[in-house]
Design a protein around this ligand. Structure first.
Ligand code: GLA
Length: 400
């Protein structure tokens, strides 16, 4: 602490410009010394969560959860890497039992949560659940939250075979966020069961500064919704925290809306491409029992998934941004770069960069693979494409 304060005053004395020149932005946004060491989420979590498609409607129930698990297996999504089947708000009864334990909704989950967890596990998948770091969850029906019940609820989840917890922020009684989220981290650890820990405080308490030591992922923004303007604003917010992402600790720009019907397939391909470019969790948010072929095609693009799941765990960064034409680059474990050319504007435009600007070393030529069209070509360094309005061209670029 004292050391960093001394360093900070030294920098202030020398002037910020000099500091930036010497240390770059690393001084102000250095990744934490030790990330949450639970060994989980070494690549961004992939799976499903019901919230974006069902909210608390009646179709969020045991049949849905089992149906999604079945489709993960039969459609090849499990083979493509999707693993977690996650329940969001409204899975429970509004009252704890006589011993203070959480109780699954008798209507939605008549056989309990352990039974669905067993089913999901029998398919080789994992089960996630939700509660809030407050007295109650967000839904106005008033479901009990984990504040003051951290160990008891963590034990309940572990006893049900839960593998992932999303911990929300509603009804938090203004108790300090770091304190609330750390308490559940420690409670989960004490269960002895590996449970991915997803912090959902909507970016309210600058989680990029502390959450890497507390959770495996943390929401950077308020809720996504299935429309272009909201998705775009989330991209803008999430991209600025790239430096703190890494294996076991990820920025979370919220769950996918792909397939929910209020964006075009071009926009959904942008959504999926940029979530992969930003090493974001890929949690499918549409009811796959009703999804069309175009939705499956987007969600099953294994070349794009490989960018998201790359073992180096770097979040892509902005190379250039001008007039709504944005270039990102993401460093990959084998030395390649994933270069995204993103057109935010209302008209088709040519977006250009170079292999050098994208961070590739000098080479005689480079191979560009378009991860949506699958076309490959070589270039001596120029990377350029005509990109439709709201579209993204995503290249995997290798030096030859
Ligand atoms: C908050 C979260 C959402 C969802 C709802 C459930 O809004 O940010 O992702 O979990 O609560 O009520």
């Amino acid at each position: 602490m004292r050391k960093s304060r001394m360093l900070f005053s030294a920098l202030a004395a020398t002037g910020l410009a000099l500091a930036a020149a010497v240390f770059g932005s690393a001084v102000f946004t250095a990744p934490p010394a030790s990330a949450l060491a639970n060994g989980l989420a070494l690549t961004p979590p992939m799976g499903f969560n019901n919230w974006n498609s069902t909210k608390c409607n009646a179709d969020f129930n045991e049949a849905m959860v089992k149906g999604i698990a079945d489709i993960f297996v039969s459609s090849g999504l499990e083979a493509a890497g999707y693993q977690y089947v996650n329940l969001d708000d409204c899975w429970g009864e509004t009252k704890r039992d006589a011993k203070g334990n959480l109780v699954p909704s008798h209507v939605r989950f008549p056989h309990g949560i352990k039974a669905v967890a067993d089913y999901v596990h029998s398919k080789g998948l994992k089960l996630g659940i939700y509660t809030s770091a407050g007295t109650h969850t967000c839904n106005k029906a008033g479901f009990p939250g984990g504040l003051g019940h951290e160990q008891q609820d963590a034990n309940t989840f572990a006893s049900w075979g839960v593998d992932y917890l999303k911990y929300d922020n509603c009804n938090n009684q203004n108790v300090d966020a770091v304190q609330r989220y750390t308490k559940m981290r420690d409670a989960l650890k004490k269960t002895g069961r590996p449970i991915v820990y997803s912090i959902c405080e909507w970016g309210k308490n600058k989680p990029w500064n502390w959450a890497p030591n507390v959770g495996n992922l943390w929401r950077t923004t308020g809720d996504i919704s299935d429309n272009w303007a909201r998705m775009l604003s989330i991209i803008h917010a999430n991209q600025s925290h790239a430096s703190v992402a890494g294996p076991g600790h990820w920025n979370d720009p919220d769950m996918l809306e792909v397939g929910n019907g209020h964006m075009s397939d071009t926009e959904y391909r942008t959504h999926f491409s940029l979530w992969a470019e930003m090493a974001a969790p890929l949690l499918i948010g549409t009811d796959l029992r009703k999804a069309n072929a175009a939705t499956f095609k987007i969600l099953s693009n294994t070349d794009v998934i490989a960018i998201d799941q790359d073992s180096l765990g770097k979040q892509g960064t902005v190379v250039s941004s001008s007039g709504g034409l944005v270039v990102y680059t993401k460093q990959l474990a084998n030395g390649d770069r994933a270069v995204a050319l993103f057109n935010e504007t209302g008209a088709t435009a040519t977006i250009s960069t170079t292999a050098a600007k994208a961070g590739l070393g000098s080479a005689v030529s480079y191979t560009l693979k378009d991860l949506w069209s699958k076309a490959t070509r070589t270039t001596s360094g120029a990377i350029s494409a005509s990109v439709p309005s709201h579209g993204t061209v995503l290249y995997r670029v290798s030096a030859n």
